[in-house]
Each structure stands twice: as structure tokens, then as C-alpha cells.
Design a protein around this ligand. Structure first.
Ligand SMILES: [Ca+2]
Ligand SMILES: [Ca+2]
Ligand SMILES: [Ca+2]
Ligand SMILES: [Ca+2]
Length: 323
């Protein structure tokens, strides 16, 4: 197949009307993007997601010393980039000065939330938030409310944690987030009741471009035209400008009536020039998620990818002939 590129038509997204048409073939094409599915999660807003663990557990220096803490996990299955983290903890304890909490991200980053604060004061009913007015070190004069019947959120008080939760910002959310609760001093004990992890998802910003070029017409070797029988090469590039990771990307492109898709012509890659990974025409098998999937059915090319990091892109190329 010739690599000569006669005319390159760059087309806008998603309605393909920003750039003028430069050849007759391009005019017949529409880039049809189902935007609702193009970036299914997260959407364009800064969304806050809540994960709750309410499995009660005893906390004391015998059962949960800081060498063997009580562990409460939060399973995050969605794919997105973390922009902000808050966490609330509800527990009863007869001597808050015994207590330490740590939060660990799927990437292994650890942040200590409380470090033996409050001496003889009772219980913890606190939302930890970097944006709070006061640090947790100032929580020394009040007993918090915490019984098996206490409803949270909202949490009774809000403090900045012992270490900043911003250490997690920019990390990927998916995986297991781990809260550790421990008792570091003899005497006095308590019960963990509930924790709520609040993760703010950074949105993704998806862009699409489509390029076409007539690569052969069976007559002219140097200046092929879009005449019947001519082969036209197409490339769809999907990019994510961020700031967050995009998930569940799916785009479709309908082949117009005056064109015929060339069976088995799809290839994927990081850009139009390097797209060399064969994509079969069906929509089944491991090749659909490795990580780029593509298929042709009922006159429509479909391309998909489970996730796309910020500031990255991928491409699908294919061919069609003029009827
Ligand atoms: Ca104790
Ligand atoms: Ca396929
Ligand atoms: Ca396949
Ligand atoms: Ca593939």
C-alpha cells in the first residue's frame, strides 16, 4: 500500500464542521461520537464520591496496637484521578490520647490523620479535611459524640489532619484505600464504628480529530483522486487533555453509502503515523482490550478503550474505497 498522502483533510470534533472540506470524499463523512459514552466516568464536573466502611471493631492496646492496627478498607473500582481527599472517622474511646489513624492509598502513600490528641477526652467524630480552619492538634478540650447509634455524616467536627491529605492528589483512585486505627497506650479502649472516604474526581477532557487521504486511484501514481475504486486512508485520533484520567471511551464512525470499508484494514497505535497493531473486524476477544479495541459492523467503525491518562492520545487507522 502506498504511503503517499495526496490530500489531508483535518476535521473537527464532534460535528466535523470546523474545518473546510478539501475533497469530495471527506464531505460524505460524519464523525459520529456518542458523547455520553465517550467519557462515561467521570463526567465533565469535579465529582465527589463517597465510600463507606461501617464494620464495627474493638480498639485497644492488646488487640489493635500500632504494630497490628484495626484495618478498614475502601474498594474503589472506578477509574479516575484524585483531586482532593477528605475522610471522616467515628469511634468511641475513653481516652482519645491513645489513638492514631493512618490512611494509605492504592499507590502506597501513607498519611497520618491523628497522633495521640486529646488526652483524657472521649471519642472521635471528626472529618479530616486539609481545608479546615483548625488542626487536629487543637482538638484537646471537647468530648466527641460517638455511640453505636450515632449517624454520620455529617461529622461533628472538622479538622486539618496531622499530615496533609494533599499527598494523595494526582494519584489514580482505583484500588484499595486502607484506614488503620490503633491504640498506642495502656489502659482505656474503644470501638470503631464507621469511616467515610470522600474522593474528588478530576474531570477528563476528550478531543477527537479525523484525517483522510486518497492513497491510490488505480490511474495516477502521483496524484490520486477520489474516483470510483480509489482507496482512502482514514485516521481517528482521540486525546485526553485532562486534568483527569478518562474512562470507558467509545466512539463510532459511520461509513457513508458511497464508500465501502476495506475488510481487515484497521490498525491502532499511539498516533496516525505509528498505528501498526492489527485490529480485527469483530468485537470479541482479548484484542478488544489490549488496550485499544476496534470493530466494524453494519457500516460503522467502532473504537474503544477502558482508560486514557491525561495528556495522552491514541489513534485508529482504516481504509475504504469509493464506490
Ligand atoms: Ca489504650
Ligand atoms: Ca476487533
Ligand atoms: Ca477481536
Ligand atoms: Ca486491540
Amino acid at each position: 500500500m502506498s504511503s503517499r498522502r495526496h490530500i489531508a483533510t483535518r476535521r473537527g470534533s464532534p460535528d466535523a464542521v470546523r474545518a473546510p472540506e478539501h475533497n469530495a470524499v471527506g464531505r460524505g463523512w460524519k464523525l459520529c461520537l456518542f458523547l455520553g459514552a465517550l467519557c462515561a466516568f467521570p463526567q465533565t464536573a469535579w465529582a465527589q464520591l463517597q465510600y463507606t466502611n461501617s464494620t464495627d471493631g474493638a480498639v485497644n492496646e492488646s488487640v489493635t496496637p500500632c504494630t497490628n492496627p484495626l484495618v478498614r478498607n475502601f474498594a474503589v473500582s472506578q477509574i479516575y484521578t484524585v483531586a482532593d481527599v477528605n475522610i471522616g472517622v467515628l469511634m468511641a474511646h475513653t481516652y482519645r490520647g491513645d489513638v492514631r489513624f493512618y490512611l494509605q492509598s492504592p499507590a502506597g502513600t501513607r498519611v497520618q490523620l491523628i497522633n495521640n490528641i486529646g488526652t483524657t477526652r472521649n471519642n472521635v467524630n471528626v472529618l479530616f479535611d486539609d481545608a479546615a480552619s483548625n488542626p487536629i492538634s487543637s482538638h484537646t478540650s471537647n468530648n466527641d459524640s460517638a455511640t453505636a447509634g450515632t449517624t454520620v455524616p455529617p461529622y461533628q467536627r472538622t479538622f486539618r489532619p496531622f499530615q496533609a491529605l494533599s499527598a494523595f492528589n494526582g494519584q489514580e483512585a482505583a484500588g484499595t484505600w486502607r484506614l488503620e486505627v490503633c491504640d498506642s497506650l495502656n489502659a482505656d479502649s474503644g470501638t470503631f464504628y464507621q469511616s467515610d472516604l470522600f474522593l474528588t474526581a478530576a474531570p477528563a477532557s476528550i478531543g477527537v480529530t479525523k484525517i483522510s487521504s486518497v492513497i491510490s486511484d488505480g490511474i495516477s501514481g502521483t496524484n490520486p483522486k477520489a474516483i470510483p475504486g480509489a482507496v482512502v486512508h482514514y485516521c481517528i485520533t482521540i486525546s485526553n487533555a485532562g486534568p483527569g484520567t478518562a474512562a470507558a471511551i467509545a466512539a463510532t464512525d459511520a461509513i457513508p453509502a458511497n464508500m465501502t470499508y476495506v475488510a481487515g484494514s484497521m490498525m491502532s497505535g499511539s498516533n496516525c503515523g505509528s498505528a501498526a497493531t492489527a485490529e480485527d473486524d469483530n468485537a470479541i476477544g482479548a484484542d478488544e482490550t489490549d488496550p485499544i479495541g476496534a470493530s466494524f459492523s453494519a457500516g460503522t467503525v467502532a473504537v474503544s478503550r477502558a482508560s486514557l491518562l491525561s495528556a495522552s492520545s491514541f489513534a485508529l487507522v482504516f481504509s475504504a474505497t469509493v464506490n
